[in-house]
Design a protein around this ligand. Structure first.
Ligand SMILES: Cc1cc2nc3c(=O)[nH]c(=O)nc-3n(C[C@H](O)[C@H](O)[C@H](O)COP(=O)(O)O)c2cc1C
Length: 336
C-alpha cells in the first residue's frame, strides 16, 4: 500500500492531493523522490535550488508542521541508517554500500532554510485574507510569531554566554512606526540632497515614495548588540538624520558579540519564514543615525546590527543567482 509518510492527518491530505499534480509542491518534492527510490532525486542540491515564485504561507506552515511533528525522528533515522549500513557490510562485503540519507524531517528543515528569501514588497495581511477583516487579528498573529522568532533567536550560539542581542519591536500603525517612517523620509531626503544627484523636489518625491513603501510594512524589529565601541562622539554636533561614522567591533569579544548577533538574526528570519512570514534584514544609513538610536533608546555602546522588516508578501522573489559552485569552491576538502 502507498502510505503517506506523515502521521499528521493534515499532512496526509495535503500529500494525497499533491501526489496527483504534474509538478508536486517543492516542499514535498524530496518526499516523492525518496518514495520512488530515485537515488539521484534524493541527493539534494539545496544550494542550486531556485525558489518558487509564488508565496506560500500555507506550504510554509505545513512544512513547519511537518518539521515540528517529526524532528524527533531524525536522530532515530540516523541510528537506523548507521546500523543498517553496519549489518550490510558485515553480511556481505561485496554488497552495495548503504548511503546515509537525511530523514524527511531533516530534508524539510533544510528545504525550509534554503527557501527563505529577502522580501521587499510587504502586505499588512496574508495574501489570502482581506485587508480590513483581519487587521487586529493579523497584528496578534505577527506579535506571537515575532515572540517565537525572538525565542529562537536567543538560542543562537554566543561565546561565554554573553547573550549580547536585544530586539526592539515596532508595530505599524503606531506612534513609534510613524516616527520611524518620518526618520526614513528625513534620512533618505538628506542623503539624496547630499549626493546632489537631483533637485530638491525630486529628492522630496523619492523620499516620500520610500516612506509610502515602508508604511506597507506591518512590523519592524531593530536588533542591537551591546558592549561595542561607543557609537558616537558627544562633542560632534550632527543632524539626527546624518550618518554617524562607523565604529566597528575592535576586540575579539566585540567581534564574537557581533557574530552571535548575526546568527540570532538569521534564526529570527528562519523562524518567521517557517510560519509563512516574510522579512528583510536591512543595514541602510538609517541604522547609523541618532534619530533611530533615540527612537529605540540605545545606550552609547549599543550597535544597531539590523533593521528587520516583517510582514506578508504576495510574491516571494526568486533566489538571487549564486555565482559560486558548491563542490570545490564553497566547500573545499583540506587534504595534506
Ligand atoms: C547583513 C545584511 C545586510 C543587508 N542589508 C540590506 C539592505 O540594506 N537592503 C536590502 O535591500 N537588502 C539587504 N540585505 C539582504 C540581501 O540583499 C539579501 O540577503 C541578498 O540579496 C540575498 O537574497 P536572499 O536573502 O533572498 O537570499 C542584507 C543582508 C544581510 C545579510
Amino acid at each position: 500500500m502507498n502510505t503517506p509518510p506523515f502521521r499528521s492527518h493534515l499532512m496526509q491530505q495535503f500529500y494525497s492531493a499533491a501526489k496527483n499534480q504534474s509538478r508536486p509542491p517543492l516542499v514535498l518534492a524530496s518526499t516523492f523522490r525518496s518514495k520512488t527510490g530515485n537515488d539521484e532525486g534524493s541527493t539534494r542540491r539545496v544550494h542550486h535550488h531556485r525558489a518558487s515564485t509564488t508565496s506560500s504561507p500555507m506550504l510554509s506552515s505545513l512544512n513547519a508542521l511537518e518539521v515540528s511533528h517529526s524532528l524527533s525522528s531524525s536522530s532515530r533515522s540516523f541510528r537506523e541508517a548507521s546500523s543498517e549500513a553496519k549489518s550490510a557490510s558485515n553480511n556481505d562485503a561485496t554488497q552495495q554500500h548503504h548511503v546515509y540519507e537525511p530523514s524527511i524531517s531533516a530534508q524539510s528543515l533544510q528545504q525550509m532554510i534554503s527557501s527563505r528569501r529577502t522580501v521587499s514588497n510587504f502586505l499588512h495581511h496574508p495574501p489570502t485574507s482581506l485587508p480590513v477583516e483581519g487587521g487586529i487579528q493579523c497584528q496578534q498573529i505577527l506579535s506571537n510569531a515575532i515572540r517565537r522568532a525572538v525565542e529562537c533567536a536567543s538560542t543562537a550560539p554566543n561565546h561565554k554566554m554573553s547573550e549580547p542581542t536585544t530586539f526592539h519591536r515596532i508595530f505599524s500603525p503606531s506612534a513609534a512606526s510613524e516616527r520611524l517612517l518620518d526618520i526614513s523620509y528625513e534620512v533618505t531626503y538628506q542623503r539624496l540632497l547630499l549626493n546632489k544627484l537631483s533637485g530638491v523636489e525630486a529628492c522630496r518625491n523619492e523620499a516620500m515614495r520610500k516612506r509610502e513603501k515602508w508604511s506597507k510594512i506591518p512590523a519592524f524589529i531593530v536588533a542591537t548588540v551591546g558592549g561595542m565601541e561607543d557609537q558616537y562622539n558627544e562633542e560632534e554636533e550632527q543632524s539626527p538624520y546624518a550618518e554617524l561614522p562607523l565604529n566597528a567591533p575592535h576586540t575579539i569579544q566585540q567581534l564574537e558579540g557581533y557574530a552571535s548577533s548575526c546568527a540570532s538574526i538569521q534564526n529570527l528570519l528562519l523562524s518567521l519564514h517557517s510560519e509563512g512570514i516574510a522579512s528583510k534584514w536591512a543595514t541602510g544609513t538609517i541604522i547609523r543615525t541618532h534619530a533611530l538610536r533615540n527612537l529605540i533608546g540605545c545606550k552609547k555602546d549599543d550597535m544597531v546590527v539590523g533593521l528587520i522588516m516583517v510582514g506578508w508578501t504576495k510574491q516571494v522573489p526568486r533566489m538571487p543567482r549564486r555565482r559560486r559552485v558548491l563542490e570545490g569552491d564553497v566547500l573545499k576538502d583540506v587534504n595534506i
